[in-house]
Design a protein around this ligand. Sequence first.
Ligand SMILES: C[S@@+](CC[C@H](N)C(=O)[O-])C[C@H]1O[C@@H](n2cnc3c(N)ncnc32)[C@H](O)[C@@H]1O
Length: 246
Amino acid sequence: MVDKALGTGGRKSDKDLKIRVKSAKGRKVSSTKWLERQLNDPYVARARAEGYRSRAAFKIREMDEKHKLFRKGMRVVDLGAAPGGWSQVAAKATGSTPANPLIVGIDYLEMDPIPGVILLQKDFTDDDAPAMLIEAMGGKKADLVMSDMAWPTTGHRPTDHLRIVQLIEIAAAFALDVLAPNGTFVAKVFQGGTEHELLHMLKRHFKTTMHAKPPSSRQDSAEAYLIAKGFKGSNDTVPGEGEYDR
Ligand SMILES: C[S@@+](CC[C@H](N)C(=O)[O-])C[C@H]1O[C@@H](n2cnc3c(N)ncnc32)[C@H](O)[C@@H]1O
């Protein structure tokens, strides 16, 4: 359950902060603020207490509570998986085990192993990444493709916007290629960042599409999630040979 006390995305105004971090020589003001926010963030504490590698785990848990994303035995692809919170949640919710792994995660960062999760250290935008993911799934279709990917920002807004849109488009194309009928696609977007064209395309391929802002997503961030459910795709395409291959 979502803790009501955490209902504002764990954000507190500066005057509410309990732990203050003194600025230190050599540390930027932005780093001091980040550290202060981490130390005062109840989701960070909860993630540690519940054994999650990231506070992001609560975002997918909250979206699952509301939108019923997971079920036992389903196959899941986790794009931008590091450090592994979403994969941990997915492994538990699907009953994935090392003997019968149902989750495949990818990130260009190195990750510690997670039981029941096959992890690839790879840039998802590399041309051979989709084929590697499909191979890791044993050539089987996925029931859920979830993406929490975001490029590091450059500070140049138009560039950042374009890069984010491009990343979502590549993730969506991959989802259309590998999802089983009735499958679900979840992707991090940024408010005002989901292009009409992409949304229009997803609406054609899924029964329902919606935006979500889970309570643990910081209210002061433009982050939001797109949830597309009920993939209408056909049974007969083999992953990797679909309409949307790159
Ligand atoms: C917000 S974090 C994901 C957190 C994760 N959902 C969790 O619960 O721990 C975003 C991740 O996306 C990854 N990422 C961004 N662009 C990527 C790309 N092109 N290929 C692979 N991973 C990427 C980053 O390395 C980063 O680890």
